[in-house]
Design a protein around this ligand. Structure first.
Ligand SMILES: *Cc1c(COP(=O)(O)O)cnc(C)c1O
Length: 428
């Protein structure tokens, strides 16, 4: 698979290099230069998830990974279902939160971890990352127990909900969690300092495994096909997909699925009030504003880092401008949507509610609406309980961790202390 740096067109790499390096020169994103549509999409939809996903990924990746490797990567990564649930006659939710950390990031994170483990072929690697919640948990679970890969996760001490924190601090083994006595920005800045420190970077073989890694997107393409496989055949030509978006990785994957030949009629790029993309689609002007905190906080992003990939597909004519419609949903309507969904007998959380609201505004007669459920409602228990005024039950994954001991080490906001900790723990 040949990938091109969208900023520095001369830089071309294969999939393995793109997975290992994450970003290209000048922080450019790697992306296929051209996406070849697939043959026999209908036949694909008849296959089970893992078997179908292997075919899709083989098509995208070319022959870089052999069959046995790709089969094992996909089988290990997608070991939980994606489910389509009917919310009303016309509207369905694609539930992507049945993985170990109850969020759709498990799909991309697990696939990336499996790819990296295979590509590094036993060389030691240290993944260093900062988290304000969700990503840390997905990364920790995805890499837990993988030989020769250590993971160090920094998080702001006391600033993550206790349950969120327990989802990634209780694993132990190769997962090392560090509570930094500072805010998230300080954690990110420590990570950056470490990557700029050759002694640490080379000595511990640092890798970022960050959210713009191309492998994540490749994995996410697969669940759009899974959604169609579960929808009634009669509905499949009129499907409008609403994607709750922050960094726009999820929507990028959806657009790739459409370019591959999945007959998605159009997309709704649903955001909260951090609406850089809906405004851009309306006016043609890219004008990020200051990021505002909302109930759907995983989408509190005003400079979405995957957008250049969608822009590339628009410019190449692989998708038409009228096939992506922007829709921004404010806090009041997010709550209204959560209540509407509850009335329909469907318990949801703020991110999916944004997508549902945007969908109901845009859906026309004769169309079938699909919105993505990106997190389990229990992950946003507080806001869900506040808005709906009723207690919600914890799923087993959260009950399990609630009773476990957190294994984090406390460190001050001090790079020297972090460096010492990493060498003591991981250096040989
Ligand atoms: C990360 C996340 C999103 C946003 O996804 P992007 O791919 O960044 O657009 C939406 N909902 C939840 C729950 C998330 O964790």
């Amino acid at each position: 698979m040949e990938l091109v740096n969208l900023k520095v067109a001369e830089e071309r790499v294969n999939f393995a290099t793109a997975v290992k390096t994450g970003l290209g020169q000048q922080q450019g994103l790697f992306f296929p230069e051209h996406i070849q549509p697939m043959q026999d999409v209908q036949g694909l939809l008849d296959k089970p998830l893992v078997e179908r996903s292997v075919v899709i990924l083989r098509h995208l990746l070319g022959d870089e990974l052999d069959d046995a490797t790709l089969n094992s990567i996909v089988g290990n990564a997608f070991n939980f279902p994606a489910r389509v649930e009917a919310v009303s006659e016309q509207i369905h939710c694609l539930e992507l939160f049945h993985g170990p950390t109850l969020a759709f990031k498990d799909f991309g994170g697990r696939f990336m971890a499996q790819c990296l483990a295979n590509i590094s072929a036993g060389e030691p690697i240290t993944i260093l990352t900062a988290t304000s919640g969700d990503t840390g948990a997905a990364v920790a679970h995805a890499f837990h127990g993988i030989d020769n890969i250590n993971v160090v996760i920094l998080f702001p001490k006391g600033k993550i909900s206790p349950l969120q924190e327990k989802l990634f601090t209780t694993l132990g083994g190769n997962i090392h969690t560090v509570a930094i006595d500072a805010d998230f920005d300080a954690c990110q800045s420590l990570v950056k300092t470490a990557f700029d420190d050759p002694e640490v970077r080379q000595g511990l073989h640092l890798n970022s495994a960050n959210s713009i890694n191309i492998s994540r997107l490749m994995a996410q393409v697969c669940y759009y096909f899974e959604a169609f496989a579960q929808l009634p055949e009669s509905a499949r030509n009129q499907v409008v997909v609403s994607v709750p978006s922050g960094n726009f990785g999820n929507l990028t994957a959806g657009v790739i699925a459409k370019v591959l030949g999945l007959p998605i009629k159009r997309f709704i790029a649903a955001t909260n009030v951090n609406d850089t993309v809906p405004r851009y689609l309306r006016t043609g002007e890219w004008q990020p504003k200051k990021t505002v905190a909302t109930l759907s906080n995983a989408m509190d992003v005003s400079q979405p880092n995957n957008w250049p990939r969608i822009e590339a597909m628009l410019q190449r004519g692989e998708i038409q401008p009228d096939e992506i419609v922007g829709e921004s949903v404010d806090e009041d309507y997010t709550q209204v949507a959560m209540k509407q969904l509850a009335k329909l007998g469907y318990l949801s959380e703020p991110h999916a509610a944004v997508a549902f609201r945007a969908l109901t505004k845009q859906l026309q007669e004769g169309e079938t609406g699909l919105f993505l459920g990106t997190a389990h409602p229990a992950k946003f228990r507080e806001s869900v309980e506040n808005v709906l005024g009723q207690p919600i039950a914890l799923p087993p994954a959260l009950v399990d961790v609630a009773g476990k001991e957190g294994l984090s080490v406390d460190i001050a906001n001090d790079y020297a202390a972090l460096k010492k900790f990493m060498f003591d723990r991981l250096g040989k």
